[in-house]
Design a protein around this ligand. Structure first.
Ligand code: SF4
Length: 230
């Protein structure tokens, strides 16, 4: 699924769109499709998005497996669990008391505001959904955008630490850019394409995880020495 720029506009915007598509194609050639986010249901995406805050995905996988085996991966089933029991089940993800409370708050919100209808909640238009998510305790912009993109399948680009690192280390974005500035950097020039947003995020996560670490491994990275104009 190679991809080319869509939206036109002024030269700066069009150059930026081209750069992002070149990065995408370079990483796709290197890694192939990522199929991110790995989850069986929208609720599983949501649980994963909350549990992955400040921890590696491998720790989250373990929790999801435990929750799935226990039959707790529905809003209703999770609300039946005392928060202290839920905390034990999500312990491998770290900050487990906080995360158990966040999960409960999310489930209570869907129950109270949407009578437990998760599908209805996720079926809203993108902007009202994103705004509502951001009112829920424990859901910041990255978690909200992950839920909008991967659980609700609506085109909100997800920015994470890796995205910031990769783009700021190459001076494609300014150091110290805020989450919203980074999100706009992408959203302003890209066609709203759910499949492309998912895959681009997955490829950036892969690049960051393998190469663009705190101590970068530039020598072997596919973006090494590249300013995006070759
Ligand atoms: S590891 Fe180096 S080459 Fe790769 S994205 Fe990070 S800064 Fe760029």
């Amino acid at each position: 699924m190679r991809h080319g720029p869509g939206r036109g506009g002024n030269k700066v915007r069009s150059n930026r769109g081209e750069l992002i598509h070149k990065i995408f194609n370079r990483l796709l050639d290197e890694f192939g499709p990522q199929g991110w986010w790995p989850a069986e249901t929208p609720f599983e995406v949501i649980v994963g998005a909350i549990l992955t805050q400040n921890t590696a995905w491998k720790n989250v996988k373990q929790c999801i497996k435990t929750l799935r085996e226990g039959g707790y991966l529905t809003v209703e089933a999770m609300r039946q669990l005392p928060v202290s029991d839920l905390a034990v089940l999500v312990r491998p993800s770290g900050y487990y008391n906080q995360k158990a409370r966040k999960l409960r708050v999310f489930c209570d919100h869907v129950e109270t505001e949407w009578q437990g209808d998760l599908e209805g909640f996720l079926s809203q238009e993108m902007e009202p959904l994103r705004r509502e998510l951001l009112t829920i305790h424990g859901i910041g912009p990255e978690t909200a955008d992950s839920i909008v993109l991967y659980a609700a399948e609506k085109p909100s680009f997800v920015v994470d630490t890796y995205t910031y690192r990769i783009f700021s280390r190459h001076n494609w974005v300014m150091e110290g850019s805020s989450y919203n500035e980074l999100r706009e950097y992408f959203m302003d020039v890209l066609e709203p394409d759910v499949g492309f947003f998912k895959e681009l995020h997955g490829l950036l996560v892969r690049t960051g995880h393998l190469y663009c670490r705190r101590k970068p491994l530039c020598e072997s990275c596919p973006l090494q020495g590249w300013a995006g104009d070759d």
